[in-house]
Design a protein around this ligand. Structure first.
Ligand code: NAD
Length: 425
């Protein structure tokens, strides 16, 4: 039996927003947080529900539900991706928006937290339907987004083409080019070099420092990658290219593969492009997808969706480091189990912050109309990610708490201070 996306959601059925609130409540306890700040940061500041009519190829009209949530914008305009997913819920979007607030604060970016989503299955839409849905989302939302209000970006099952359509639709409505309204665009129309692999690259800079702290040599180290999309594929590719690591297991929504000698991620990627999944890759051993999480590897990289490491399986995790490229892959119960086992966990809003960091660089380039070389982007990204890792590690040691709680402490302190300075509390 193989585990599907829906199974993973069913296994836990934990509401991601309740998890985000619990994490926030725990942090309030450590920090002895001002109750007024706590009251505000437990909930979003704004959420918009959309019904988007789309003309389908057979000439019928289908109405899709969409959302945009701003969790907090005290540090600057909200920033966060748009996810197109058949299982999307408002609570997932709320949780992801909150995690964006903490991510931007942790990386010291002048941005707040937002997120968007549309309930749809892009794999079942034609290119024309996908374009009309992307434009429809923006035509209903345009008054609430903008370079100084709320700036969307790609997330699960959205890409640079979707961002290009959305930016074009916004520019058309406001009557001028507004490249800065969306990030993750193609480089030909205001996108930044280095954005495609930024999430993975940022996570690998963090992993490099974490391995140093744990005394692990990443050359030849074994990595298991759950999810082989933007985050997972580039993480695998860069781990091989930058460190000489071995990618011994890979999964996607349709199956998982194992090879202790290590895969060539580009060959697996090409196979997936042709066949729709990594499953069946020649020479690989079939692997039960949920067993990937329990392999004896140096580094486990959850790079798909939420709620995959839970109270049910955390005790079986054998990795020394868990690098959360996905948002929300670990439940609070699993966090405690992993911490007790001595697993060094790189929490999502640290480990996957490379995407929003280069998105921020993209905005800066759009505003100044001066575009940087890729090398400069990598250097700036490395400085940001490495700095954030050590601020979390040092806080974790200072307070005697796990890395996620430490990341919350750093971020919530920054947001709380800004709220006080602005007179919100
Ligand atoms: P993507 O759409 O490019 O890829 C998602 C991948 O996950 C696909 O390969 C899919 O087959 C796989 N997948 C889905 N369900 C699975 C399952 N049950 N088991 C194994 N694999 C499964 O999405 P992405 O952009 O890579 O995003 C992945 C995660 O990374 C999400 O949590 C997202 O929020 C997070 N993230 C992405 C970015 C970014 O810049 N793309 C930035 C920060 C965080």
């Amino acid at each position: 039996m193989s585990v599907t996306e829906n199974d993973i959601r069913d296994m836990s059925r934990q509401n991601p927003f309740e998890i985000a609130q619990r994490q926030c409540d725990q942090c309030a306890d450590y920090l002895d947080l001002d109750p007024n700040v706590h009251e505000i940061i437990r909930v979003p500041r704004r959420e918009i529900h959309l019904y988007i009519p789309v003309r389908m190829d057979d000439n019928s009209v289908k109405v899709f539900r969409g959302y945009r949530v701003v969790h907090n914008d005290v540090l600057g305009p909200a920033k966060g991706g748009i996810r197109f997913h058949p299982e999307e819920t408002i609570d997932t979007v709320r949780a992801l928006a909150a995690w964006m607030t903490w991510k931007c604060a942790l990386l010291d970016l002048p941005l707040g937290g937002g997120k968007g989503g549309v309930i749809c299955n892009p794999k079942e839409l034609s290119a024309g339907e996908l374009e009309r849905l992307s434009r429809g989302y923006v035509s209903q939302l345009w008054q609430f987004i903008g370079p100084d209000k709320d700036i969307p970006a790609p997330d699960v099952y959205t890409n640079s083409q979707v961002m290009a359509w959305m930016m074009d639709e916004y520019s058309r409505i406001v009557g001028k080019n507004q490249f800065g309204v969306i990030t993750g665009k193609p480089p030909q129309i205001g996108g930044s070099l280095g954005r495609n692999d930024a999430t993975a690259r940022g996570g690998l800079y963090v992993l490099r420092e974490a391995a140093r702290a744990c005394g692990i040599d990443l050359k030849n180290a074994s990595l298991a990658i759950q999810g082989f999309g933007n985050a997972g594929y580039y993480a695998a590719r860069l781990a091989v290219n930058l460190f000489g690591s071995r990618i011994v297991a890979i999964s996607d929504s349709k199956g998982a593969i194992l090879n202790m000698e290590g895969f060539d991620p580009d060959q697996v990627y090409q196979y997936k492009q042709k066949n729709g999944s990594v499953a069946g890759f020649p020479g690989a051993t079939f692997l039960e997808p949920d067993k990937l999480l329990e392999l004896e590897v140096d580094v486990l990289c959850p790079s798909a969706l939420e709620n995959v490491l839970t109270a049910n399986n955390a005790a079986q995790v054998q990795a020394k480091i868990v690098a959360e490229f996905a948002n929300g892959p670990t439940t609070p119960e699993a966090d405690d189990i992993l911490y007790e086992k001595g697993v060094h966990l790189l929490p999502d809003f640290l480990c996957n912050a490379g995407g929003v960091t280069v998105s921020y660089f993209e905005m800066v380039q759009n505003f100044t109309m001066y575009y940087w070389e890729e090398k400069e982007i990598h250097e700036k990204l490395d400085r940001k990610m490495t700095g954030a890792y050590y601020s979390v590690l040092n806080t974790s040691r200072e307070y005697g708490i796990d890395m996620r709680r430490a990341a919350y402490v750093v971020s919530v302190k920054r947001v709380a201070e800004a709220m006080k300075l602005r007179g919100w509390v």
